[in-house]
Design a binder for this molecule. Structure first.
Ligand code: AP5
Length: 213
């Protein structure tokens, strides 16, 4: 799942993973868990994340390759937020290729900058299961509590205006090139993210079915 910060990658990856009974593997969630638990990876990653910069490729590649080697990914998974650089995309192809596997499709959620800023400034997340909510477009049933697990909702440190600007800058400089990487492989599906959550999910499923092998 490719897209700028706030494009709805987490929201759509969660829906897609549920529909397909596959695990949802979100690099940002794995990193935030590592930071919370103060693991070696978390301590190394924390300062990059707080500045809105990308965590070094070698750390994130190792983390994802270890995660997708776990038994629950034997039939596949929905990757969210990884890869984000060409080096990551190539390492992922190599890691999967070594196991006789490959990426089926890369979904790019396209969205205007204005909408991205609106989404990030109203976002709240579950501290326990990381489900995203939005004050206006996707509020929880009970204020401050997660619909799925009852966990406490919080706002991310990197959802401050200055950090959001840095994350957007990095997306256009470092992640946009991998959109072309998947386009050249004829694996890219572009979805209009400027729609409601259900409409985006519908367009995404229709495109995936249309392009299924
Ligand atoms: P990460 O957690 O991946 O953040 P991100 O890419 O900046 O994306 P977001 O989580 O902000 O947004 P999203 O697209 O998932 O949108 P969401 O569904 O929440 O990464 C954080 C940091 O970790 C990075 O800055 C970096 O430091 C590090 N990192 C992670 N991966 C890395 C990698 N591969 N390499 C190096 N470093 C890495 O939706 C946003 C809001 O909008 C929510 O409130 C939601 O409810 C709402 N919403 C969603 N869809 C809609 C809709 N259709 N209509 C209305 N509202 C909607």
């Amino acid at each position: 799942m490719l897209g700028a910060p706030g494009a709805g990658k987490g929201t759509q990856a969660d829906i897609l993973a549920g529909e397909m009974s596959l695990p949802h593997i979100a690099s940002g969630n794995l990193l935030r868990e590592a930071v919370e638990k103060k693991t070696e990876l978390g301590l190394l990653a924390q300062s990059y994340m707080e500045r809105g910069e990308l965590v070094p490729d070698e750390l994130i590649i190792k983390m994802i390759l270890q995660r997708i080697a776990l038994p629950d990914c034997a039939s596949g998974g929905v990757l969210d937020g990884f890869p984000r650089t060409l080096a990551q995309a190539e390492a992922l192809d190599k890691g999967l290729g070594d196991k006789g596997k490959s990426i089926d499709k890369a979904v790019y959620l396209k969205l205007s900058r204005k909408e991205l800023l609106k989404r990030l400034s109203g976002r709240w997340l579950c501290r326990n299961c990381q489900t995203p909510y939005h004050l206006i477009t996707a509020p929880p049933r009970v204020a401050g509590k997660c619909d799925k697990c009852g966990g406490e909702l919080y706002q991310r440190e990197d959802d401050k205006e200055e950090t959001i600007k840095e994350r957007l800058k990095i997306f256009f400089a470092q992640t946009v090139p991998i959109i072309d990487y998947y386009r050249r492989q004829d694996k890219l599906i572009e979805v209009n993210g400027n729609q409601g959550i259900a409409e985006v999910a519908r367009e995404l499923m229709t495109s995936l079915r249309g392009k299924a092998k």
